[in-house]
Design a binder for this molecule. Structure first.
Ligand code: HEC
Length: 166
């Protein structure tokens, strides 16, 4: 092999190795070599669902300081899901997520800013309804999100306002 050919072969092999080792998989890439691809349902379950739950639990406790942080994290989780999986089946997920959740999230933020409990409850219900409206339009209407009921499952995190913490 000429040294030029050797160089080309080496570059090609390095590129192939770098690609196979790359931790950043694009959403439209097929899973390489059976590697696990983080799909829309995974983003929803692992990032969006717990953030939605914590906002609901902290809201119940009227923990405004936490809520400012928590609603921002939920917004980012939704944004991230849309960026990571912009297309799902034939749907424009990124646009659907933004269209469904932007206004209700702003309403939740406004209620938190004013520390208005009744407005928060109404806006959080509206946001939860938006989750379900999108599930229905995406034909996964069997996925029903609700305002959390019962005790917090986060046994290692105190979601009450600072004054009530011991
Ligand atoms: C694009 C519109 C859209 C919006 C907005 C949306 N989802 Fe989803 N969600 C989906 C789709 C589509 C799936 C199914 C994905 C799959 O099966 O891979 C899903 C799946 C889920 C799942 C998985 C459920 C299971 O048991 O498998 C959960 C949990 C979930 N969503 C929670 C939420 C919450 C909470 C919100 C609101 C804060 C929300 N979603 C907003 C489209 C949406």
């Amino acid at each position: 092999m000429s040294s030029r050919r050797q160089t080309i072969a080496l570059v090609a092999a390095t590129l192939a190795l770098a690609t196979s080792l790359s931790p950043v998989a694009r959403a439209d890439d097929p899973p390489a070599g059976g590697a696990f691809a983080f799909g829309l349902g995974d983003h929803m379950t692992v990032l969006v669902q717990p953030r939605h739950l914590k906002v609901g639990l902290a809201g119940r406790e009227r923990n405004w300081e936490y809520l400012k942080h928590g609603i921002h994290e939920l917004e980012e989780a939704l944004e991230h899901a849309g960026k990571a999986v912009p297309k799902w089946r034939d749907l424009d997920i990124k646009a659907l997520i933004e269209g469904a959740t932007k206004a209700p999230i702003e309403a939740v933020e406004a209620a938190i800013e004013k520390k208005d409990a009744a407005a928060f409850d109404a806006a959080y219900q509206r946001l939860t309804d938006a989750c379900n409206a999108c599930h229905q339009s995406a034909k996964v209407g069997m996925i029903v999100i609700q305002v959390p009921k019962g005790p917090s499952p986060f046994l290692n995190q105190d979601l009450r306002p600072a004054a009530t913490k011991k």
